[in-house]
Design a protein around this ligand. Structure first.
Ligand SMILES: C[S@@+](CC[C@H](N)C(=O)[O-])C[C@H]1O[C@@H](n2cnc3c(N)ncnc32)[C@H](O)[C@@H]1O
Length: 216
C-alpha cells in the first residue's frame, strides 16, 4: 500500500514514520509513505498557500493554485488512487471503512487541510472522498492522515509481526464487530488481584467461551 500525503507541515510526519510497526512495515517494503510539500507548488513569490475568505469571517483558506498543481502532479504518479480530503465534515473513519479502502485500493492520496479549510473548488473538482476521524475539530489534517495510515497499514498483509493479529481485534469481523475481551499476562497474581482461573487452565474451549462472553 502506498500513501501519498499532501501537507504544508511535512516535518510533522518524521517521528511518526520512524517508529514501531510503521517503521518495520516500510523496512519490509509492504507499505510506502510519500510526503508531498504543498508549499513547494505555490506560484506566489513568498510561497503563500492561504488567503482570506470571500464573504469575510475569521481564519484563512487554502488557495486553489498550489493544491490543484500538487494534486495533479501526484495523480500522475498514482492515477488510480482516490484523493481523500481529511475533514471533520467527512464520512467517519471506521474499521469497516478502513477494510474497504485497504481491499479496494493499493494507493491513497491523503490531503491535509489547515486554517479554516480549503477552497471548495478543490473539493468539487479533485476530491473523491471526505474522511473524518471523529466529531471534533483539530488544527490540521496531519494527525487524521496519520490515523488513516496507521489503521490501514495494520490491515496490509506482512505489516504486523503476526498477520493474525488484526483478525481478532475490536471491531473485527471475527469478533462480530464487538469490542475485544480483556487481556492478562504474568504474574497470575499481582497485589492480591488474580487472573481468572479459566485462563490459567489451558482448556481452549472454555477459554474461547470466556472470551466470547466478555466481548462488549
Ligand atoms: C481547523 S480545521 C477546519 C475546520 C472547518 N472550518 C470546519 O468547521 O469544519 C483545519 C483542518 O484540520 C483537519 N481536521 C480537523 N478536524 C478533523 C477531523 N475531525 N477529521 C479529519 N480532519 C480534520 C481538516 O483537514 C481541516 O481542513
Amino acid at each position: 500500500m502506498i500513501f501519498h500525503v499532501l501537507t504544508i507541515f511535512p516535518e510533522m510526519f518524521k517521528g511518526f514514520l520512524n517508529e514501531s510497526i510503521l517503521k518495520k512495515a516500510q523496512g519490509k517494503g509492504v507499505i510506502d509513505i510519500q510526503i508531498h510539500d504543498i508549499r513547494k507548488y505555490s506560484k506566489d513569490k513568498h510561497k503563500k498557500t492561504d488567503d482570506t475568505p470571500y464573504g469575510g469571517g475569521a481564519g484563512m483558506v487554502f488557495t486553489p493554485q498550489p493544491l490543484f498543481d500538487c494534486i495533479e502532479k501526484v495523480k500522475k504518479m498514482a492515477p488510480n488512487a482516490p484523493v481523500i480530503y481529511m475533514t471533520p465534515k467527512g464520512d467517519r473513519l471506521t474499521q469497516i471503512r478502513a477494510e474497504r479502502l485497504s481491499t479496494k485500493f493499493t494507493q491513497l492520496i491523503l490531503l491535509c487541510g489547515h486554517y479554516e479549510g480549503i477552497d471548495e473548488r478543490v473539493v468539487q473538482h479533485l476530491v473523491d472522498m471526505e474522511l473524518s476521524i471523529g466529531d471534533y475539530v483539530l488544527s490540521g489534517g496531519e494527525i487524521p492522515a496519520m490515523v488513516v495510515i496507521d489503521v490501514l497499514s495494520r490491515l496490509v498483509p506482512g505489516a504486523l509481526g503476526n498477520d493474525e493479529s488484526h483478525l481478532e481485534e475490536s471491531f473485527s469481523k471475527k469478533l462480530k464487530r464487538k469490542k475485544e475481551y480483556p487481556h492478562y499476562t504474568k504474574p497470575a497474581e499481582f497485589r492480591g488481584m488474580k487472573v481468572p482461573d479459566v485462563l490459567l487452565g489451558g482448556n481452549h474451549k472454555l477459554i474461547e467461551d470466556w472470551r466470547k462472553h466478555h466481548l462488549r
